[in-house]
Design a protein around this ligand. Structure first.
Ligand code: SAM
Length: 292
């Protein structure tokens, strides 16, 4: 088997061969530690019956580990300069398809239908470009793709927010939007030294596993997220104050909001950060008729 792409020496050789210069604006921090890559891939529990979707293959460091573990890999890369590099570095693998695209623009559902139908399950595994972590995750989850889960590297601060529990400083509307669909856990904290160039922020890998059913039945998911976002606009304010400002005509309808809060057993003087997803769900159902 060929030397791993992700050793520091081979990465340097590849970058030199292609005269590649990193673009900070594309979040290009490549992994140069095969142990970390093996560890990431092991968290995805892939078999040859699985397919993997990768966002941002870079020079293929993670891609080749996925190609070894999964039956098929589809990787989306925005930077055209990397296409000839990937064609070269991934040439030993015949189960990888690199697509030149911005993941935020691409119709991933269509890719599922065209290429991934025959696989038992599909995992998203990526060292994400940090500048678009949240939009990428929300797109993949809201598109309701039939993915089993995600194992993704991101800025640690965002990982903390995604996995946060009620009552903590990191808990907010992002925790709710993701945890509504997925069970979340931090799989590992990753040192800066395993990247080239090293990022300015700390990193973590999180594992998201699709829930069998959402933690609460809601009338309208969009409205649940609207209510939760509106409850965190000013974190230090009470939920009644935030909802008055964020719901349409909320100031005039204060009494209706208080009634809804009391009906679902939430004291109006609590802060948004203390409410569980279940409480937000019940509250959004109560407010729906009047405010959606
Ligand atoms: N997977 C490689 C690794 O771990 O070494 C590279 C990871 S690097 C953090 C992020 C990669 O995402 C870069 O290759 C970058 O060009 C690519 N990228 C950035 N924005 C993207 C987007 N919107 N769609 C697809 N790829 C993107």
């Amino acid at each position: 088997m060929q030397k791993d792409i992700a050793t520091p020496i081979r990465t340097q050789e590849i970058l030199k061969k292609y005269g590649f210069s990193f673009k900070k604006s594309l979040g290009q921090n490549f992994l140069i530690d095969p142990n970390i890559l093996r560890n990431i891939v092991s968290h995805a529990d892939l078999t040859k019956d699985s397919a993997a979707i990768e966002i941002g293959p870079g020079i293929g460091a993670l891609t080749e580990h996925l190609a070894r573990a999964a039956g098929k890999v589809v990787a989306f890369e925005i930077d055209q300069r990397l296409l000839p590099v990937l064609a070269d570095t991934l040439s030993p693998y015949d189960n990888v398809d690199v697509i030149h695209a911005d993941i935020l623009e691409v119709d991933v559902k269509q890719i599922f239908e065209e290429q991934l139908q025959d696989y038992k399950d599909v995992m998203v595994v990526a060292n994400l470009p940090y500048y678009v972590t949240t939009p990428i995750l929300l797109k993949l989850l809201m598109d309701r793709l039939p993915i089993r889960g995600l194992v993704v590297m991101m800025q640690k601060e965002v990982a903390d927010r995604i996995t946060a529990s009620p009552g903590t400083k990191a808990y907010g509307s992002l925790s709710i939007a993701i945890q509504y669909y997925m069970q979340t856990e931090i799989a590992m904290i990753v040192p800066k030294a395993v990247f080239m160039p090293q990022p300015n922020v700390d990193s973590a890998v999180i594992k998201l596993t699709r829930r069998e059913a959402p933690p609460v039945q809601v009338i309208d998911e969009e409205f649940l997220f609207k209510v939760s976002r509106g409850s965190f606009v000013q974190r230090r304010k009470t939920i009644i104050n935030n909802l008055q400002s964020s719901l349409p005509n909320g100031k005039a309808k204060k009494d209706l909001i208080i009634q809804a809060l009391e009906k679902v057993g939430v004291d109006p003087t609590r802060r948004g950060e203390t409410l569980s997803i279940e409480e937000f769900g019940k509250l959004s159902n109560e407010l729906y008729a009047e405010f959606h």
